[in-house]
Design a protein around this ligand. Structure first.
Ligand code: FES
Length: 504
């Protein structure tokens, strides 16, 4: 199946989600959900089962975006550590988040049991390890934090990976699954419950008229009482674009010569961290190795990042082959917690879920529950803590300033540092670059046949300059993470318009 990048993930290699074509009524839906990833599908199913009439609109195909590039960890050990969450939000709120992570895993397990989904779901123990004195102290604090929020964890003298460590902890109650097998079954249940899906529908605008949300899109107009942006980051320019920073994360799918595959989810605590787990693909084990994250658009040589990750893995594992490698994008929230609820600065019927860090399967599932509760008028314990309009001047301040300063730098700076005309002439096949040509910045890509594709590199979202991503053959915007293919078409929002072609 297709996804938003050039590389192929383990999950999409031999799996397709097929949606039967059907006539979509243009009546007023109760809820239109924009985006058919884990958030959109889970939210749609819960709402449809709660009696709401739902339509999911997807710009490409179901699970085209980050959902198909996840490494599908289901963990209560979140990217934001519990000591950090306790410090920023208090113990009760950190406890609530830990409860939310457990609840997300329980919801997935319940779906799997209820619908008899064969999706390679397995409970696993998690391991975290330190590699020096400083990390020992950090890991000890992490253990204290986990125990304070009711997560079962204890010191371990061993880990299941051959990476040297100084101290380690083990955390039972984690899990893993095949995300596309799971979500295709959930999508089928959504359709069986009467929900509707329309793919290849890029939403262009949502406007409120007489209390109804009017959606204009590339396949026509749709109307609903409520709208949910399950688009990873909402479109338009919104407060959340200044509270979420886009990052890219890298993954290898590895065959081991000695078959010493770890039967656990394993993480170091470096920054950025590395992680390991074993998946099964076509009956054979595959070691998943992840890490080397960086801010989107901040790494010129993304091929080199893959090479570094592979070199790191080869230091410890006997690698026979690396049949899979892929990268994907996630959004780091300013204060460590996702934003799930009403979209700030809009009417009371526009909802959003974003800023999941590297915990998309957990928060995407939890968002389904929260958004359903909010829209159906039920109480949800998470509403205030995760409200997108929350003000956390202390909790989010330093990150907010850092990421925001980065946005400002790219608004101004990139135009001055573009490449040169010589670089333009020196392009290899398969290479892209932003160059200056007669005082004009041009995003230029040369394909395998030597054809040049030239685009205006100014991101139509808010005017930053895109950067070439050689590994995924896409133009990536460093400011809020919009991504475009070689023709300029939108791969990921928040941009809703393509990069404009230039004639050379
Ligand atoms: Fe916001 Fe490009 S994504 S300016």
């Amino acid at each position: 199946m297709n996804r938003d990048a050039f590389t192929t993930t383990l999950w999409q290699d031999d799996f397709n989600i097929r949606i039967p074509g059907e006539e979509i009524s243009h009546d007023v839906f109760d809820v239109i959900i924009i985006g058919a990833g884990i958030t959109g599908i889970t939210t749609g199913l819960r709402l449809q089962q709660a009696g709401k009439r739902c339509l999911i609109l997807e710009a490409h195909t179901a699970c085209f975006g980050t959902t198909s590039a996840t490494t599908a960890h289901l963990n209560t050990v979140l990217d934001a550590s519990y000591p950090e969450l306790i410090k920023k939000f208090g113990t009760d709120n950190a406890l609530l988040i830990a409860q939310g992570a457990k609840e997300a895993i329980s919801l997935i397990r319940a779906h799997i049991e209820q619908y008899q989904i064969d999706c390679d779901f397995e409970e696993k123990t998690g391991y975290l390890y330190a590699q020096n004195k400083e990390e020992d102290a950090q890991l000890e604090k992490m253990l204290e934090g986990m125990l304070a929020v009711g997560i079962e964890a204890r010191p371990s003298l061993t880990t299941p990976v051959p990476v040297p460590f100084t101290t380690a902890i083990r955390v039972p109650g984690q899990a893993q699954f095949h995300p596309l097998k799971y979500l295709s079954a959930l999508l089928l249940q959504f359709l069986l419950a009467g929900g509707a899906v329309r793919e290849a529908t890029m939403v262009q605008a949502v406007e409120q008229q007489d209390g109804i949300q009017e959606i204009s899109s590339t396949t026509g107009r749709y109307r609903a009482t409520h709208v949910v942006y399950a688009t990873h980051i909402p479109p338009g320019v919104n407060l959340l674009h200044f509270r979420c920073a886009p990052y890219r994360s890298y993954v290898l799918g590895v065959e081991l010569a000695d078959h010493a595959y770890p039967d656990a989810l394993v993480y170091d605590i470096e920054d950025p961290y590395h992680y390991f787990r074993t998946a099964r693909h076509q009956g054979a084990p595959v070691l998943i190795v992840g890490g080397e994250d960086h801010k989107t658009g901040h790494e010129v040589n993304t091929e080199q990042v893959f090479r570094e990750l592979e070199a790191y893995a080869r230091r410890f594992f006997k690698i026979a082959a690396v049949p899979y490698r892929w990268s994907s994008q996630y959004y780091e929230p300013a204060d460590g917690l996702p934003y799930i609820g009403l979209l700030p600065g809009n009417n009371d019927h526009l909802y959003v879920a974003t800023g999941y860090s590297g915990n998309g399967m957990i928060f995407g599932t939890l968002a389904g529950r929260i958004l359903c509760d909010l829209i159906t008028g039920n109480d949800t314990p998470y509403a205030d803590l995760l409200a997108p309009s929350r003000i956390k001047p202390v909790a989010g301040f330093s990150n907010f300033i850092k990421e925001n300063a980065d946005v400002v730098k790219h608004f101004i700076g990139d135009r001055l540092s573009a490449g040169t005309l010589e670089a333009f002439a020196g392009l290899s096949v398969g290479e892209g670059r932003v160059v200056n040509y007669e005082n004009q910045s041009i995003a230029v890509y040369k394909d395998e046949q030597g054809r040049l594709f030239t685009l205006d590199p100014v991101c139509p979202h808010a005017g930053c300059m895109v950067q070439w991503n050689p590994a995924e053959r896409s133009w990536d915007c460093p400011c809020h993470g919009s991504r475009f293919d070689i023709t300029g078409a939108v791969l990921n929002g928040p941009a809703q318009k393509a990069l404009q072609p230039l004639s050379t």
